[in-house]
Design a protein around this ligand. Structure first.
Ligand code: IPM
Ligand code: MG
Length: 342
């Protein structure tokens, strides 16, 4: 099968980690007889430097015309003082909006090989951590009306959280469909005792839940968590921390069609950029999610996951996940190792 992948390497460690994921995809192509054509486009700080804007129209056009998008990370101190509308982060929001990627899937799984890194007590961890947050991605405070105003002669600012019934409904369905393939549990997170938008959220989720009698709704143990954009941002950061290895967590942003965007959940880590120290695993696992969710290549996706597992089981670690008795490797070597194990 031939697939076109738009590639946004981005800023900081972005180029290094994406290069390793592309290497792994090439290996999959070779092994399984697929052709992946990569089209590199600019977004984020590097796009600001090259074109003056964080998300050039050409980037949007190429992403839309591709079968999926692979992204590294955007942003860095160089662009931190820019005004909100031209910051690198705008590129992310812009592309999520332009491709209508309304559901962001972020798994948090404790890898047994990295159990030492988990900050929770062993009795709480039990047989492990394995949950997935389905975050609404193109609504709420991120996309609502915002303004800097003056109140009583003082500077003030507001952002608004708005959701429509259909916006809540579509992301809720993604969560329930996902739960069918997992442990059949969905928990919805809202703040319905205070926020009007949360009351609407809850009303819709409760109605949709009735269509899925086989799924336990709001169980005592989490499995799939569905929530709005801002809560989802916070919860996914926290959920990644409990695994102790944010450098390992991939994500998928999905919409109506099979075109999705895949990226690690960590940032651009400017402090270690260009030093061959970054952990490429989250990006490599994002490529695995792409194969599964956008291309229906389940066995190819599993081949990547098991290659990553083999490399970890053999004791290879990048600096962020190093522990005693393990072998320290750089970004490039980690990519080579995963690719060799496919
Ligand atoms: C994320 C990031 C982004 C977000 C930022 C960089 C715009 O934190 O993907 O979680 O808040 O959505
Ligand atoms: Mg975030």
């Amino acid at each position: 099968m031939k697939k076109t992948i738009a590639v946004i390497k981005g800023d900081g460690i972005g180029p290094e980690i994406v290069t390793e994921a592309m290497k792994v995809l090439d290996k999959i192509g070779e092994r399984y007889g697929h052709e992946f054509e990569f089209k590199e486009v600019l977004a984020g700080g590097c796009a600001i430097d090259a074109t003056g804007e964080p998300l050039p129209q050409n980037t949007i056009d190429i992403c839309k015309a591709s079968d999926s998008v692979l992204l590294g990370a955007v942003g860095g101190p160089k662009w931190d003082t820019l005004e909100g509308s031209v910051r690198p982060e705008r590129a992310l929001l812009g592309i999520r909006g332009a491709l209508e990627l309304f559901a962001n899937i972020r798994p948090s799984k404790l890898n047994p090989a990295l159990a030492d890194a988990c900050p929770l007590k062993p009795e709480i961890v039990g047989d492990g951590i394995d949950l997935v947050v389905v975050r609404e991605l193109i609504g709420g405070a991120y996309f609502g009306k915002r303004e800097i105003i003056e109140v009583n002669g003082e500077k003030a600012a507001y952002d608004t959280t708005q959701y429509s019934v259909s916006e809540v409904e579509r992301v809720t369905r993604v969560a329930f469909e996902m739960a069918k393939k997992r442990r059949k549990k969905v928990t919805s997170v809202d703040k319905a005792n205070v926020l009007e938008s949360s009351r609407l959220w809850r009303e819709v989720v409760e109605r949709v839940a009735k269509e899925y009698p086989e799924i336990e709704f709001n169980p005592s143990q989490f499995d799939v968590i569905v929530t709005e954009n801002l809560f989802g941002d916070i919860l996914t950061d926290e959920a990644s921390m409990i695994t102790g290895s944010i450098g390992m967590i991939p994500s998928a942003s999905l919409g109506k069609s099979s075109l999705g965007m895949y990226e690690p959940i960590h940032g651009s880590a400017p402090d270690i950029a260009g030093q061959d120290k970054a952990n490429p695993i989250a990006t490599i696992l994002s490529a695995a999610m792409m194969l599964k969710y956008s291309f229906d290549m389940d066995k190819e996706s599993e081949a990547i996951e098991s290659a990553v597992q083999k490399v970890l089981d053999k004791g290879y670690r990048t600096g962020d996940i190093i522990s005693e008795g393990c072998t320290l490797v750089g970004c490039k070597e980690m990519g080579d190792l995963v690719s060799e194990n496919i």
